[in-house]
Ligand binder design. Sequence first.
Ligand code: HEM
Ligand code: FES
Length: 344
Amino acid sequence: MGLDYQLVLYNKHKKTYDKIIVFSMLLYVILFAAITLIFNSETSIETLIIRAFGSLAIIMLHIILAIGPLSRLNTGFLPILYNRRHLGVSMFLAALIHGGFSIFQFHALGNANPIYSLFTSNMDYDSLTNFPFQVLGFLALLILFVMASTSHDFFLANLSAKVWKRLHMMVYGAYVLIIAHVFLGAFQQETSSFTIGILIIGFIIISSLHIVTAFKEHKIDMAKGKEKEGWLEVCDISEIEENRAKIFTVNNERVAIFKYEEKLSAIHNVCKHQGGPLGEGKIIDGCITCPWHGYQYLPHNGQSPPPFTEKVATYQLKLFGTTVYIYPKAYEEGTEVKPTPIES
Ligand code: HEM
Ligand code: FES
């Protein structure tokens, strides 16, 4: 976990994940080339590469943007979320091949600097139908480059999780630029109606998933427990599964209340690694295990087991009959709180 980082810490899961990514990308490019050549045998190899990798990059971007909300709605998607960064870097490489070949084919064969040519060969910036859409692709590629090059845990540790997360939210900026790039470009290419159709369906799916997830989260934040002697009512004990948690919001902070071995413990819901929702994880080997990349915390003190050093805030719980109550004030990160016993 946060003790140290190595260049790439490979495990069996990561290797399988990467093999699936590489295999799927190759399969896509081969299928794309075969289908294109069947329907239009005149297509040049450069155009084939540009189109195959451009469409591959945008499909991958949609998958990347869908994984977050999908895994909040259904834990079955968590294995794809794990190492989503590898998917992001692979997507950037696909976009780079697409952008690189486009610049080479359309801007590198004259006397002008290819990047200068990209920005100036078409100056119709005030036209919608003839807008130099390649410029938008270039700006998106720059964002993807910043994200891919800072995706390693080295930057996460040195920039802090908060700054890193903000940096990586720029993916939405890249998405908007790419939509505009493809949308405006499609008007100028013969593939227009198919490309526009795919783009619209993708946009509807991505935005619907984000809206549904936002509603789910909003429901959690709006749940107000009744107060009893300074304690806030959370739920009936039967509503929490063994080794799982109920997420509850107190003082605008989400708290994960875990039930395990006839006990209850509560810790702050936000993982120190990349802000993963600890309450959506489970207890494995006695530790609360983050569903995103497996950071672990001890339920009774919110500390990562030695030699790791992460710690999160803890909370006091109480049972009135079978109803779980929480004391709204958080303890300092890593403070030990005696678990609340569940009397059967
Ligand atoms: C330097 C950056 C970029 C340049 C110069 C560039 C250039 C181009 C060009 C010339 C086309 C039209 C190709 C054709 O159909 O003949 C195109 C289409 C496209 N671009 Fe880009 N692009 C760049 C970045 C990106 C990025 C970052 C993405 C997505 C992640 C992207 C996705 C696409 C897609 C999906 C198409 C439509 C493919 C099709 O024709 O079916 N591009 N781009
Ligand atoms: S967010 Fe990565 S382990 Fe929790």
